[in-house]
Design a protein around this ligand. Structure first.
Ligand code: UTP
Length: 288
């Protein structure tokens, strides 16, 4: 049973300036719920209740979200707005939250390595909160689906989705052998391919990683874009334990981009917030 889930959340979110000058990207709301809360709900629903968050300067608002705020609580208690805090309160009851800082923005691989003291020597989930994922109606979320695959294969699992060929240069791209429908034994991966991509299977922001990844990351020099890339460390795992890529069932919104953020907002508004009165945007597609 994997209990720990790491949230690298130290990035600057420059695509959302000026908002991200003073608000962490992970706190931008889709309807009225911050992006990071959607991710923590997905992890908690998969039984990963030890939440480890890698932050940086100016990210205090994330810690405040998952902490008591007696003044606000007193203001809404007994009113019709009390229910808006229900889900956040449930997470605070059922999860533990720990934080560490990434000292320099040296890339996702370095952010994951910064989380090692919070994770230790056990397999763990990773969620990039700006990839907002929702499972199919009434079904498991993406992390819960990935856990089932981990239980069969006991190696690192990465979530993938097909992207248009002209977009492959924005992603880590995998190629491999399809061992079951939608499940690939990875043979190669390349971060943001400049020329022809080996496939159109793009890595998205959900991983289950085995803890040997930390030693591999320590030995990984900066790669594409001068950043320490998680794909480079995962490449070393291909011949050493193996890596499985999983075409998840559900939908992903790239909320790190303005286009994906607006798409997600429209989707969650129309599925979960059909009226003007504030309400709790639902989890996954379960209330659709
Ligand atoms: P992005 O590539 O989206 O970068 O990071 P960013 O800084 O958040 O956003 P832009 O491109 O400037 O708009 C993907 C994920 O990896 C984390 C980010 O917080 C995000 O969750 N990350 C990235 C780190 O934690 N540290 C890093 O050094 C880089």
């Amino acid at each position: 049973m994997i209990k720990k889930c790491l949230f690298p959340a130290a990035g600057y979110g420059t695509r959302f300036l000026p908002a991200t000058k003073s608000i962490p990207k992970e706190m931008l709301p889709i309807v009225n719920k911050p992006l990071i809360q959607y991710g923590v709900e997905e992890a908690a629903d998969a039984g990963m209740t030890d939440i480890a968050i890698v932050t940086g300067r100016g990210k205090h608002a994330i810690e405040d979200l998952f902490d008591n705020n007696r003044i606000i609580e007193a203001a809404v208690n007994g009113t019709d707005k009390e229910s808006l805090l229900e889900e956040t309160n449930r997470l605070m009851r059922t999860c533990t939250f720990s934080y560490t800082r990434q000292k320099e923005m040296k890339g996702l691989g370095d952010a994951i390595l910064s989380g090692e003291p919070l994770i230790g020597n056990l397999p763990f989930g990773v969620v990039l909160a700006d990839d907002l994922c929702t499972g199919e109606h009434g079904r498991d979320g993406i992390l819960a689906q990935m856990l089932k695959i981990y239980e069969q294969h006991h190696c690192s699992i990465i979530a993938i989705e097909e992207v248009p060929e002209q977009d492959t240069h924005k992603y880590g791209i995998v190629s491999g052998v399809e061992i079951e429908p939608g499940l690939y034994r990875v043979e190669d991966m390349v971060e943001k391919p400049q020329g022809t991509a080996p496939s159109n299977l793009a890595i998205i922001g959900r991983y289950i990683l085995t803890p040997d990844i930390f030693d591999l990351l320590r030995d990984t020099p900066a790669g594409a874009g001068g950043e320490v890339q998680i794909t480079d460390a995962l490449k070393s795992q291909i011949n050493n334990g193996g890596v499985i890529a999983y075409k998840f069932r559900g939908r992903r919104f790239d909320c790190g981009s303005i286009h994906g953020f607006v798409e997600a907002t429209n989707y969650f508004y129309s599925h979960f917030s059909a009226s003007d009165s504030p309400r709790q945007p639902g989890r996954a597609d379960n209330s659709a």
